[in-house]
Ligand binder design. Structure first.
Ligand code: AMP
Ligand code: GLY
Length: 441
């Protein structure tokens, strides 16, 4: 029997729990999470409620469990060095150490790494500790007719990036945000706004080898038609051929090559192997592919698109990431399309309702349901304020997958909303048309 310790209690961790338990091996699952996720509780042999940022508490639980390895879901504990802490008590993690996790936790680290090792994919960018220099660079980009993106240089729970034209208009507004970032983190990144279509490419990484998962597109804006504030992601889709309708094979090859080069650069830079998930947020632009950012963990919702399609033994893949033997395992994904729609509390993300009850539908065949920011209180399922429940439709085509996810999401009762347009032909066609247009110009 093997024991796996899973850290985190959202929908991403729910699908991780499910995928760990689908292993053909005899696996017992132990979980450390902030809330009582009913889906994960049902799958686990042990469940401890606590703060995932309290390293001593996590370590104490790990000492009791003595797992074969740990899987860390969320970015915050990874960025704070939980993998380093667990190793001190002899527990290996599927997650990078603190140094490698800077790939996600520091925007300047990643931009500088690409530049230092001559890896393609960076936009024009500058890293500033001085606000006058930041302003000068902003004005310089503006003089070239380039719009700006300003990035706080630390983890800000998805609120650390502002884009000209989307979140602010004048350079002064951008510089004000830059000043706040310098105050908080000592640094700010100012870069060229890229125009194109974003996609997520997640790879299993062991420090030497990478193995890619199917490509996915996320929807960050809260409301239909890509309007409203940015969120953690309102839903995602992936296609049966593991590509996306607006991407070419060449685009994906470029993204894959960037990830491989970054893995190699990380090893040289840190003298340490990056193990876990390298999740590249890429953007297909007029003349190829650029890098928006890396995350050092599974995406949420992206994990729910790909892990249900995984045909191989995830526990074996985890061990291979730890042992640097990813080249020795076959990693196979089913050729199916997926659409994930998140049901979220009314008022999300700015002022979500909390504490209200939610009633879930009977699940149609072909639909998976994952619990996120909800708490099981007796017989009631209660909203906690962030994304609540994810529905994933799986089918032979995007149309079928979308119809399935939609049928479940629309049947939830409670003070909630979701985006009907995610995964629909109309929205995807808009993206295909946009790419055609910018590539023809
Ligand atoms: P992040 O919080 O780092 O995930 O960034 C949030 C979003 O900001 C990304 O998903 C992009 O939509 C946008 N973004 C970040 N950098 C750029 C860029 N250089 N050009 C255009 N959009 C960007
Ligand atoms: N889907 C966006 C993220 O996981 O960061």
């Amino acid at each position: 029997m093997k024991k796996v310790l899973l850290i985190g209690g959202g929908a991403r961790e729910h699908v991780l729990a499910e995928t760990i338990k689908r292993s053909p091996q005899d696996v017992h699952l132990y979980v450390f999470a902030k809330t009582r996720n009913p889906g994960i509780m049902h799958l686990s042999e042990g469940y401890e409620v606590g703060d995932v940022m309290d390293m001593e508490a996590v370590k104490a639980y790990a000492e009791r469990v003595r797992p074969n390895f740990a899987v860390i879901g969320p970015d915050d504990p990874i960025g704070a060095g939980l993998a380093d802490e667990l190793l001190k008590i002899g527990v290996e993690s599927v997650a990078p150490f603190w140094k490698g996790a800077q790939l996600e936790s520091s925007k300047s680290y990643t931009r500088n790494l690409l530049e230092k090792y001559g890896i393609p994919g960076n936009p024009k960018f500058g890293v500033f500790e001085d606000i006058a220099e930041a302003r000068e660079y902003g004005n310089y980009l503006a003089s070239l007719g380039i719009q700006l993106v300003v990035k706080a240089d630390g983890l800000m729970g998805g609120k650390g990036v502002i884009v000209q034209g989307d979140h602010f208009d004048s350079i002064d507004e951008g510089i004000e945000f830059a000043e706040a970032s310098i105050k908080k983190f000592g640094r700010v990144v100012i870069e060229e706004k890229l125009v194109g279509q974003e996609f997520s490419l997640m790879s299993f990484a062991d420090g030497v080898h990478t193995v890619e998962m199917p490509v996915i597109q996320d929807h960050k804006r809260a409301f239909e038609g890509d309007t409203g504030p940015n969120t953690g992601g309102m839903g995602t889709y992936s296609d049966a051929d593991h590509l996306l309708p607006f991407l070419t094979m060449e685009d994906v090859d470029q993204a894959r090559a960037i990830t491989r080069m970054v893995q190699e650069a990380l090893q040289k830079e840190n003298d340490e192997f990056f193990k876990g998930i390298m999740y590249g947020g890429f953007i297909a632009v007029r003349d190829g592919v650029r890098l928006i950012e890396y995350n050092a963990r599974f995406g949420d919702p992206e994990a729910m698109n790909v892990l249900p399609l995984l045909q191989s033994d995830f526990v074996e893949i985890c061990e291979a990431m730890i042992d640097r033997s990813l080249d020795q395992v076959a990693v196979m994904f089913e050729q199916k399309a997926t659409v994930c729609k998140y049901v979220v509390p009314n008022g999300y993300p700015g002022s979500p309702v909390k504490g209200e009850k939610l009633t879930l539908p009977e699940l149609p065949a072909g639909v998976r349901m994952y619990y996120a920011s909800v708490d099981q209180q007796g017989d009631d399922l209660v909203l906690c304020g962030s994304r609540a429940i994810a529905f994933v439709g799986i089918g032979d085509t995007l149309e079928e997958a979308e119809r399935l996810a939609e049928s479940a999401a629309s049947a939830v009762q409670g003070p909630v909303f979701y985006r009907k347009d995610i995964g629909t032909h109309a929205l995807i066609q808009k993206r295909v048309d946009m790419m055609k247009e910018i590539r023809a110009a």
